[in-house]
Design a protein around this ligand. Structure first.
Ligand SMILES: NC(=O)CC[C@H](NC[C@@]1(O)OC[C@@H](O)[C@@H](O)[C@@H]1O)C(=O)O
Length: 264
């Protein structure tokens, strides 16, 4: 009996990076990929009319995981507040997080990231005509940010004269904007564009490039098997034009970053 316990202990103590045969990507539950994402960041990641998660990041990840041998019914999406996503990956609640999460050194202290797969802009959305693309126009204004985002970090550094208001998610920020509780919301460009379409009184006032922090898939620190598997598959999806086709589908008319197109 003692030997059996010892053997079990030995098996349990396998380092996270060491892939076991029945669970090559060290998933929390072999055969199921648990993914943390967002429900209100359309068109990156959102819940559609049928209550399913959809969007560029969701569809791209499903394509990437398909190349790694997972059917869609093996992939389980859960929505969480943005600030909870990386801790949830680090705590082993999700295998992956995918929601336009910019890769930064600070975040790399909490999770590992795949290579980048989307580079774009941070945008100020407002119905206030006195707000324009100058930081000075935000002085004294109430500027909404989603807690834990690059927008929050940027605003605290570059819009110090604004009154920064934290929200748990885009929905609550946009609701506050529409009922006049705040003067502007600071979010991702494609989401700002989508909200501006839905609420014609709002328009984009400023687009700040965030190319130095492209979005990546977040994985548990040390799970190199999963990170390497994601990287191999996402580069294949870029090389065969899948990434380009999904970008055109979800971001029609937006400038196409060159670095994710097929390399001849
Ligand atoms: N879903 C969210 O609310 C994420 C907000 C924010 N996204 C920034 C970003 O990753 O969005 C996709 C691309 O535009 C990246 O260049 C950008 O850094 C962040 O990572 O903090």
């Amino acid at each position: 009996k003692a030997v059996a316990v010892m053997t079990a202990m030995a098996t349990m103590s396998i380092a996270p990076g060491f892939a076991q045969s029945d669970n090559p990507y060290n998933l929390i539950e072999p055969g199921t990929v648990r993914v943390g994402t967002l429900g209100d960041a359309k068109p990156y990641a959102f819940t559609n009319a049928k209550g399913q998660f959809d969007g560029f990041d969701v569809e791209f990840l499903k394509n990437v995981l398909g190349r790694m041998g997972f059917d869609n019914d093996q992939i389980l999406f859960t929505g969480q507040d943005f600030a909870a996503l990386l801790p949830s990956v680090a705590n082993g609640r999700f295998d992956v997080a995918a929601a336009a999460i910019g890769i930064t050194d600070a975040r790399k202290k909490v999770v590992d990231f795949s290579d980048g797969y989307l580079a774009g802009y941070l945008s100020i959305l407002s119905g206030d005509d006195t707000i324009d693309d100058k930081a000075s126009s935000l002085a004294g204004k109430r500027l909404g940010v989603v807690q834990g985002t690059l927008q929050e970090q940027y605003a605290r550094k570059h819009f110090a004269k604004a009154k920064i208001v934290q929200f748990p998610d885009n929905n609550t920020g946009i609701a506050a904007l529409n009922n006049g509780t705040i003067d502007a919301q600071f979010l991702d460009y494609e989401a700002a564009k989508d909200y501006a379409k839905r609420y014609p009184s709002l328009s984009i006032k400023n687009n700040i490039p965030s190319f130095d922090a492209p979005a990546g898939f977040a994985v548990k620190p040390g799970n190199d098997a999963l990170k390497d598997g994601l990287n191999k598959a996402l580069h294949a999806a870029m090389q065969d034009g899948t990434w380009r086709d999904l970008y055109k589908k979800w971001f029609p008319g937006s400038p196409m970053p060159k670095q994710y197109l097929p390399k001849n």
